[in-house]
Design a protein around this ligand. Structure first.
Ligand code: A3P
Ligand code: MG
Length: 426
């Protein structure tokens, strides 16, 4: 597969550069650098005018949708550079041992998603905040793959601008359309790379600690659907009688570029196509989802406006081409199964009035990363720039040195400070 292709939201990968990439010859200023970071004003965005240059003292970034209605930014086809696994006790392995294989269910399978909730469920402790630790472990184990252009004299240890989780980027993509949940993202620059790690908001903590029993059970349903549709081996069959253990995970690590931002991120992958002739990762991966069955036009509209936005953002980022959805009734029985191709989602939603647009999502993410690059200037593992956002507000930030927010572990800093050729000593 061609590493240098760019992507558009409603087609498959295409090899010709976008109009924007041709115009700037892929060397000039990024399109998104022309986007203004508005401190408090309500000025209208004037595309391309000199007046919108970003004032260097800007302390906030607007999330208003109309500011991001422009050409789709260059988003290179994501390339899988590795993968890792977390076992039933959440231990890290630098390999794909937790990979699962998709076994297509019947169209109307009547899977009972409540089965096993009481007696065959081991739930990951989500009060434990793992921050970027698993990705950092992967980076340490695969450092030579990432710093090919770096010499020991260089201050840049990795050939990327940002390291983060895919889930954090998904939140950024959906921010211009989010009306309920805010977020906090901590950013630290270390040897030229900016690491972005989520900090739980007070509201999210309260919600996590006060979930209803019904909510807890419904969170299990998604994992149970995975168990009905995944086998552990390429020639195996799903085992609905087994234990659902949400500590287990298979994660892909991908590299890509959004405009002039070189990204390295990891995301959990539910399963892959088991056909030996399937394309290479990430194109063979399948995302599994559950959703309430759709019975009315209003429910269909809500599904398009809210669910498909999240599903699209999550899978578009790592280049996962399809989502298999199990639609369930109130009792947690999957009454139908449908496949959604990520490249066709923008067509599916086109008749929804005032609906979300992929270009707004990607341009906002791009501008946020530019904002972070301009803000996070001090290169130090103990410095955290904390970006915060609440619905209907601008993104703002605060700065913290040696605080509770520091998230790069000592073992990582020490390992990355050593010369690459001394990696395996001691
Ligand atoms: P559904 O996606 O079917 O809702 P993912 O789809 O991202 O692989 O996540 C698998 C399952 O984890 C979800 O299934 C859901 O059950 C649970 N889950 C993930 N994120 C969640 C969240 N923020 N709140 C509640 N449940 C979540
Ligand atoms: Mg899933």
């Amino acid at each position: 597969m061609d590493h240098y292709r760019s992507r558009s939201p409603n087609s498959s990968y295409h090899s010709r550069p976008s109009a924007y990439e041709r115009e700037r010859g892929d060397r000039g200023r990024s399109h998104c650098e022309n986007q203004r970071f508005r401190p408090n004003s309500q000025r209208q965005h004037q595309s391309g005018s000199a007046a919108e240059q970003n004032p260097l003292n800007s302390r906030a970034l607007s999330t208003r949708r109309e500011l991001y209605e422009r050409d789709f930014p260059v988003y290179k086809q994501p390339v899988e550079v590795g993968s890792f696994s977390l076992d039933s006790e959440r231990r890290f392995f630098n390999d794909g041992r937790q990979m699962r294989y998709y076994v297509e269910p019947e169209r109307n399978p009547n899977f009972d998603l409540r089965d096993g909730y009481k007696d065959r469920f081991i739930k990951r402790d989500d009060s434990v905040k793992e921050k970027l630790d698993h990705i950092l472990r992967w980076v340490v184990a695969n450092r030579s793959k990432l710093n090919s252009r770096t010499t020991s004299a260089s201050s840049c240890a990795l050939d990327v601008d940002f390291v983060t989780w895919r889930g954090h980027l998904t939140k950024l993509l959906t921010t211009p359309y989010e009306t309920r949940e805010g977020w906090m993202l901590a950013a630290t620059k270390f040897r030229g790379t900016i690491y972005i790690s989520e900090v739980e908001t007070e509201a999210a903590r309260r919600e996590r600690e006060n979930r209803t029993e019904r909510h807890e059970e419904m969170m299990y349903w998604g994992y149970k659907f995975e168990q009905y549709t995944c086998a552990d081996n390429v020639h195996g069959a799903p085992d609905p009688g087994g234990v659902v253990n949400t500590n287990e995970a298979f994660c892909t690590v991908v590299q890509t570029r959004l405009a002039d931002h070189r990204l390295l991120f990891s995301g959990e992958v539910d399963c892959r196509d088991k056909d030996p002739g399937a394309p290479a990762p990430p194109a063979c991966y399948v995302e599994l989802k559950t959703s309430a069955e759709i019975c009315t036009p209003k429910q269909r509209s809500n599904f398009h406006r809210f669910k498909l936005l999240k599903w699209w953002a999550q899978s578009f980022l790592p280049g996962v081409p399809r989502v298999v959805a199990g639609f369930r009734d109130h009792e947690g029985v999957v009454v139908s199964v449908e496949t959604f191709h990520i490249s066709k989602i923008s067509q599916l939603i086109k008749n929804e009035y005032n609906c979300w647009r992929p270009t707004v999502c990607m341009n906002f993410c791009c501008d946020f990363l530019t904002f972070v690059k301009r803000t996070v200037t001090e290169d130090s593992p103990s410095m955290v720039y904390l970006f915060s956002w609440e619905p209907h507000r601008d993104v703002t930030f605060s700065v913290h040195r040696d605080s509770q927010f520091s998230f790069l572990p000592r073992w990582y800093v020490e390992e990355m400070t050593r010369r690459p050729d001394s990696q395996h000593q001691s």
